[in-house]
Design a protein around this ligand. Structure first.
Ligand SMILES: [Cu+2]
Length: 453
């Protein structure tokens, strides 16, 4: 954190108009914590801090770039010491997973927008071009910016009309994980995808270096089977749940080498729902909340982090447990793609000759769901065009009947690259297998009943 006090003391030196040259020395005494701690009288002087004092941070030198699975970083160029970005809000024909596409609204041809990555102290100028059919504006969610740069249409600024390009410019006075999103007709524009992540690296890093630094933004959509436009008025019944705009099996795995320190930065701009994100095989520490670094004593351990709408959380762990590890939202409906939530409950129903009788009227009819829902993806049943109801994927051992907010963390020894290493090869004696009769007799004293319910 570049403290406001630090800015004031530097501002006094730089008041003669030295906006750039005085910036080269490192931030001695920069606060390791991300949260402003100054007194209210200093906060009143916020505008003084909005000036450039540091040279543009460089990737590879000042920071290790983050990885946005299924996404990318927004390119920039440096003009007169200022990092210049350009976001274009536009329609995007987006693939959520193989088999499902929809006409969304995104940035620069992507859903969600590319990750904006910069360094604390950078001066940034972000152009926003509106190629949508209605007004828009962009809010920098979590950033400490002057009021007129905050992007709430009508309150902070004029709305950006279709065809117009607006210019935002401010100095990044903090580090951490943040987000950007439309703040104009929010319900429609966020439901259609107009959002992205912002990562600001510290100017003076503290703590252990991270080897793998991932960014995952969660969202949720209602896309009726057979349609190609997300429903912006949906309040409760979302049926496509996404990390970085992709539903499993469309989500790219997060790959780490044995021993890597891994950070995962979560952001949630779902229209309505919170997501408890759970990682198997590890205990992590929550290191950041809403972009503010937690002191070590407050870094809560766990394996599930609730990321409420509008929140960001970062977690860190050492990848010391090789394997293929599920990471997913623990709301069960959020890991089932386009499940018809109004489907009748057939669990336990005995259809008897129903199929035979109905198929005279409806050739190919098959009663489904009487023994559970899992088969529906695996059976490869024909599904309506442009839909992924219950679609999972074939795993190494069996069919993975997951979808939506689900991805895989792949940790391996002896990796030579971070490309997808394929499925994990379980060392002997570390894989659950069918129990033998000998095992059962020895340990249980009997063979369990094999009559299914
Ligand atoms: Cu969820």
């Amino acid at each position: 954190m570049i403290s406001r006090r630090k800015f004031f003391s530097k501002a006094a030196v730089a008041a003669g108009g030295v906006a750039f040259g005085a910036a080269t020395r490192p931030l001695q005494g920069a606060e390791p914590l991300g949260q402003p701690s100054e007194s209210p009288e200093n906060i009143r002087g916020n505008t003084l801090a909005d000036r450039q004092e540091y040279p543009p941070g460089e990737p590879g030198k000042d920071y290790t770039p983050v990885i946005t699975p299924n996404g990318s970083a927004l390119p920039y160029k440096v003009v007169g010491g200022v990092k210049v970005f350009h976001l274009i809000a536009e329609g995007v024909d987006h693939e959520f997973a193989p088999g499902l596409r929809a006409y969304c609204w995104g940035f620069n041809g992507q859903v969600h927008g590319p990750t904006i990555e910069a360094v604390e102290g950078d001066r940034v100028r972000i152009y926003v071009t509106n190629k949508l059919p209605e007004n828009t504006s962009i809010h920098w969610h979590g950033l400490l910016v002057p009021s007129g740069m905050d992007g709430v249409a009508g309150l902070s600024q004029k709305s950006i009309k279709p065809g117009e390009t607006y210019k935002y410019e401010f100095t990044l006075r903090q580090h951490g994980t943040h987000m950007y999103h439309s703040h104009c007709d929010d319900m429609t524009q966020i439901a259609l995808g107009l959002m992205g992540m912002i990562v600001i690296h510290p100017r003076t890093p503290t703590g252990p270096k991270v080897d793998r630094d991932f960014v995952l933004m969660s969202s949720e959509w209602r896309i009726d089977v057979g349609t190609r436009r997300p429903v912006p008025t949906e309040m409760t019944d979302f049926n496509v749940l996404t990390f970085n705009g992709r539903a499993f099996p469309g989500t790219a795995p997060l790959v780490a080498k044995y021993g890597d320190r891994v950070r995962i930065r979560f952001g949630n701009l779902s229209p309505m729902e919170h997501h408890p994100i759970h990682l198997h095989g590890y205990s992590w520490k929550i290191t950041e909340m809403d972009g503010s670094q937690l002191p070590e004593s407050a870094q809560q351990p766990g394996n599930t982090v609730l990321v409420a709408v509008g929140q960001t959380r970062a977690v860190e762990f050492i990848a010391d447990n090789p394997g293929d590890w599920a990471m997913h939202c623990h709301m069960t409906h959020h890991t089932m793609n386009q499940m018809g939530h109004k489907a009748p409950n057939l669990i336990g129903v005995r259809p008897g000759k129903l199929d035979q009788k109905v198929s005279k009227l409806l050739p190919g009819y098959m009663t489904m769901g009487e023994s559970g829902m899992a088969d529906m993806g695996e059976m490869g049943m024909p599904v309506p065009r442009n839909s992924i109801p219950m679609v999972g994927m074939q795993g190494k051992h069996d069919y993975i009947d997951m979808g939506g907010l689900f991805t895989i963390v792949k940790v391996r020894e002896n990796l030579t690259s971070y490309d997808d290493p394929g499925w994990y090869q379980n060392p002997p004696g570390t894989l659950a297998t069918l129990a033998s009769n000998e095992d059962l007799q020895r340990d249980l004293g009997e063979l369990p009943s094999v009559k299914p319910i």
